[in-house]
Design a protein around this ligand. Structure first.
Ligand code: NDP
Length: 283
């Protein structure tokens, strides 16, 4: 039997209705939630990402401020802009689109964002809050993956979850969120000796490598939940994930597609974090 497709667009729509209602309530109290999006340089993929983020704000009653700068902007000038936005009461969330040009240190930039406005959840403080189980901003992509997993109605506690990938923005926070939900978690990476050995034991697999066909059907336990974070191109230039979707959906119980799975959820969780930031500042 074919897997149930986890529809990230549909779940996003549902969550964005709640976002819009909360945004309207905040606006009625005179504190419309606001997100500043900063893009340095003209990376084509980044331009699409920031456009989508700004549009999602506009569609859901969140004020957005898009600031685009030339690739030769100095690090000092960017840090000064962030300092100004940290003090701007109309702005509750600040997002600096990655990657930055090579002459700018991304860590310095992320750490310059006020912890109250770190809606990407990339700062060391936010990472520490997640690690220690304190409330705080969760990185949007793994946060969205958790919502996708929860949407299947499967109890996460007690399940074996395997996360493939250990980046600071996806793999590691994903593993911590699953741990927090009482899954037993295994983290795999490029040094893992036998990836399939681990994934075949998994009730939940999250693939976040950025490599096509990292997870093939023979590596999936029948009935497992498969979440595909990867964004890749196939030989025909078509968007695809890390999972061999066509074959994997014949084995998995639930599977998220690419596109239409994790992608829309990432932006939705950015909106959720921005609303939460604004709600914290509103009486
Ligand atoms: P990184 O390149 O930072 O990390 C990739 C991770 O995958 C690394 O930990 C790497 O291991 C591991 N890896 C690579 N190849 C293999 C392999 N063959 N077997 C096992 N592990 C492997 O990428 P990100 O975490 O930033 O992103 C991952 C993917 O998700 C990308 O395709 C990215 O575009 C996509 N993405 C999608 C988003 C969305 O909204 N849909 C948002 C963010 C990312 P090691 O650490 O050993 O090098």
């Amino acid at each position: 039997m074919s897997a149930q497709i986890i529809d990230g667009n549909l779940l996003s729509q549902q969550l964005r209705q709640d976002v819009a209602a909360r945004a309207a309530a905040l606006t009625a109290k005179g504190n419309q939630p606001g997100l500043a999006v900063i893009l340095v340089g003209a990376d084509p993929a980044s331009q699409v990402y920031v456009r989508n983020k700004v549009k999602a704000c506009e569609d859901n009653g969140v004020f957005s401020l898009l600031e685009k700068y030339q690739a030769d902007m100095t690090e000092a000038a960017l840090l000064a802009r962030i300092a100004a936005l940290n003090n701007d009461p109309k702005i509750h969330g600040i997002l600096v689109q990655m990657p930055l040009p090579k002459h700018i240190d991304p860590t310095k930039v992320i750490e310059a964002i006020s912890p109250r406005k770190d809606v990407d959840g990339y700062s060391v403080l936010s990472a520490g809050e997640l690690l220690t189980g304190l409330p705080g901003f969760r990185p949007c992509t793994p946060y969205g993956c958790m919502k996708l997993i929860e949407s299947t109605g499967t109890k996460i506690a007690g399940k074996h979850a395997v996360v493939i990938g250990r980046s600071n923005t996806v793999g590691k926070p994903m593993a911590l969120l699953l741990l927090q939900a009482n899954a037993t978690v295994t983290i795999c990476h490029s040094g893992t000796a036998d990836l399939g050995y681990h994934t075949r034991q998994a009730d939940i697999v999250v693939a976040a490598t950025g490599r096509r066909n990292t997870l093939t059907a023979d590596m999936i336990k029948p009935g497992a939940i498969v979440i595909d974070v990867g964004i890749n191109r196939d030989d025909n230039g078509k968007l695809c994930g890390d999972v061999d979707f066509a074959a994997a959906k014949e084995v998995a119980g639930h599977i998220s597609p690419v596109p239409g799975g994790v992608g829309p959820m990432t932006i939705t969780m950015l909106l959720v974090n921005t609303i939460e930031a604004a709600e914290r500042e509103t009486n």
